[in-house]
Write a new protein. Structure first.
Length: 146
């Protein structure tokens, strides 16, 4: 029982449970939005009472595209709301906290260090090339001649 209790109380299990519960509650909001607003608009375009019954008539063939359109709309709406209402604000918040703690945006210091290291290496290679047997035209060991 101790191992089971530790597993259940682990942070990521609790976070996952909260995410599933919030996701289920959020799904009803998105479904209401799709059923109440978008389905009637699309149903009017395709002359169908419900989006799931919408068909596209191509000659003698009827394509039942309503269910596919409904699923696509539902997915796009959920993805857009999750991104703009949750992911984007959290990214901005995390970046602001990082800047507050470290004094720069993530990645800025690492890029500067990499650039500095590269310039130092170039300087050292040029210095080694100049100090190799002056006047003989010989390059330092490991230096490339052009």
């Amino acid at each position: 029982m101790k191992g089971f209790r530790e597993f259940i109380m682990r942070g990521n299990v609790v976070e996952l449970a909260v995410a599933v519960i919030i996701g289920a509650a959020f799904t009803s909001i998105v479904n209401s939005l799709v059923d109440g607003i978008f389905n009637p608009i699309i149903a009017a375009i395709f002359n169908a009472d419900e989006i799931n019954k919408a068909v596209l008539q191509i000659g003698p063939v009827s394509l039942g595209i309503g269910a596919v359109l409904g699923a696509i709309i539902n997915f796009v709406l959920i993805a857009a709301v999750v991104y703009f209402a949750i992911v984007l604000p959290m990214n901005k918040f995390n970046e602001a906290m990082y800047v507050r703690k470290h004094g720069h945006k993530p990645g800025e210091e690492e890029a500067a260090a990499t650039e500095t290291d590269l310039l130092t290496e170039i300087r050292d290679l040029l210095a080694a090339r100049e100090t190799a047997a002056p006047g003989t035209g010989e390059a330092a060991p490991g230096a490339h001649r052009e």
